[in-house]
Design a protein around this ligand. Structure first.
Ligand SMILES: CC(C)(COP(=O)(O)OP(=O)(O)OC[C@H]1O[C@@H](n2cnc3c(N)ncnc32)[C@H](O)[C@@H]1OP(=O)(O)O)[C@@H](O)C(=O)NCCC(=O)NCCS
Length: 140
């Protein structure tokens, strides 16, 4: 059983924009089709793979654990899992002013694919990013 309250606590410590998600929201997302959770409650990635496309819904690493390569590892695991679930391409949205995350994604094979103006409120645009996934190997 996933500890949604612990996920929500880490998420709240990591995000003001977008607003933190509640434990109930995590439970709902995790119960949805194609959803998967990687990592642990202090450093996790929530993804979804459906109909040939994957979405990175959120990624959060506790402040005390940062700059150790954990997010990079979670991204690699995400790509692997999503490909195994049949996705050929992945998408995410990131706040335009989130320098750390944008740098992380750009350095790990993601490209900027669009802009959603004021997506996170009047002052904050979202950048849409895309990553092509390697076709999953058979039998793994
Ligand atoms: C963004 C975040 C997930 C990165 O987690 P992390 O485990 O510290 O990242 P990693 O150690 O794997 O870093 C990998 C690369 O990302 C980039 N990066 C990470 N943090 C960075 C920072 N503060 N400033 C600039 N680049 C950064 C660097 O290129 C880094 O490689 P390097 O350490 O060799 O320079 C983490 O800072 C976080 O949880 N932030 C708040 C929530 C958030 O913004 N989530 C993503 C929103 S979509």
């Amino acid at each position: 059983m996933t500890d949604a309250a612990a996920l929500a606590a880490t998420h709240a410590a990591c995000f003001t924009v977008p607003r933190p998600w509640s434990a109930a929201e995590f439970d709902d997302l995790l119960a949805g089709p194609g959803a998967f959770l990687l990592g642990n409650p202090r450093a996790f990635l929530l993804g979804r793979a459906l109909a040939g496309e994957a979405e990175l819904l959120t990624l959060a690493v506790d402040l005390a654990l940062r700059r150790r390569g954990i997010a990079r590892e979670l991204l690699a695991e995400f790509a692997d899992r999503a490909a195994r679930l049949g996705a050929e391409e992945a998408f995410l949205e990131v706040a335009a002013d989130n320098v750390a995350a944008r740098s992380l994604y750009l350095r790990n094979g993601w490209v900027e694919a669009g802009l959603r103006p004021r997506y996170y409120g009047p002052a904050t645009d979202a950048i849409v990013m895309r990553s092509r996934l390697e076709t999953a190997q058979q039998g793994g």
